[in-house]
Design a protein around this ligand. Sequence first.
Ligand code: UD1
Length: 418
Amino acid sequence: MPSYIIEGGRRLEGEIDVSGSKNASLPIMAATILNKGVTKLYNIPQIRDTRITQQILKFLGCKVKKNNGKIEINSRNINKKEIPEELMHQMRSTVILAGALLGRFKEVRFSYPGGCDIGARPIDLHLESFKKLGINIEEKSGFIVCRCDKIKGANIDLDFPSVGATENIILASVYAQGVTKISNAAMEPEIVDLANCLNKMGANIEGAGTNVIKITGVKKLKDISYKVMPDRIEAGTLLCMVAATSGNIKLNKVISEHISPIINKLRESGCNIEELEDSIYLQAPKKLKAVDIKTMPYPGFPTDMQSVFASMLTTAKGTSVIIENIFENRYRYIPELKRMGAKCTIEGKTAIITGVRKLSGTTVTSTDLRGGAALVVAGLTAKGKTKIKNIEYILRGYENLDKKLQKLGAKIYIEEGE
Ligand code: UD1
């Protein structure tokens, strides 16, 4: 298993392009199943999660051609309606392929999804929503079999604005009979990107980006090219990494509106930030100030940025209070930060971080994607050498993170391990 080796204490400076969004690419790649033809996608990040999705699409019978960030998916001859168990277990977002297969074939068989261990992560909202669309669900020896003759438009009021459930309902309803209305829908920019892509194919989706989304079933879709939005979490992560080292950065190919809660908190902690047309300039102070954060569904502060931000605050002046409202098990990186000298306590949903002068490098282990990124933040600021084990979690979601950080002046490299 590979590790990152980081020699910390270097100020990061320079200019970097943000990659395409992981969380938009995955549902958009799933959406190509609905187009019974060829979809060309641009700006797909070359990371493990998009590779797993490609493998599943190929297993289903799609022809996939890849050239860097461009992927051409021909879904005309899909001949399977099952998601293989071993791939299903590798990441949670495989569950949205179920909505797309249902939308196209009215049938799918899959097992419970895997992914980062950051809490219970049930799929009850997905399954209840499928039932409301007239889909019959049977659970048999660990498998879920969904079937119906017709998907019928329905009013679905989500108990929680789940991103994945909102995406699954959209995908399952594109060809439905009549109108589907999702209330308390997730409003994340990735939902808007999915809806924009599907509408370009010929779907009829209104209201994406608000909490009420209306999908009017259509009879067919058409071939398109689509460029996926920039990754707002990667953008936020790079800003925090630079801020933690008192550096400065011009981040290009970013939509600053998508990361305004992150920008606001970085400003509160003392960073000077200029928002340009499709780039952001950040200049960090010598010492950051403590800030409090509470994670919330969009447009609140994203849970995916909680660990990275908290890690940045371990060397800020004062005490920061972090409240994690979305996932119940998202502080598993904190014991690792403590091994590097961070002063943190956890009580339920709350983490209290008292800034220390410096962290010190040691060997730590990443426990999940964003928790792993938090350890990279810590390694960049720490005195001495940090070894981060199990970085395959980090490689799932960040494209060429080591290369990007090297470009900014960091000393980081991958050590292939036992
Ligand atoms: C997506 C993102 C993930 C992000 C999360 C919240 C992708 C590929 N992943 O994950 O990076 O952290 O949104 O912004 O886009 N829940 C249920 N029942 C369900 C579904 C969800 O109880 O059926 C709960 C979850 O356990 C969690 C909360 O709802 O506590 C949010 O989950 P959800 O918005 O569905 O996240 P994901 O779509 O899994």
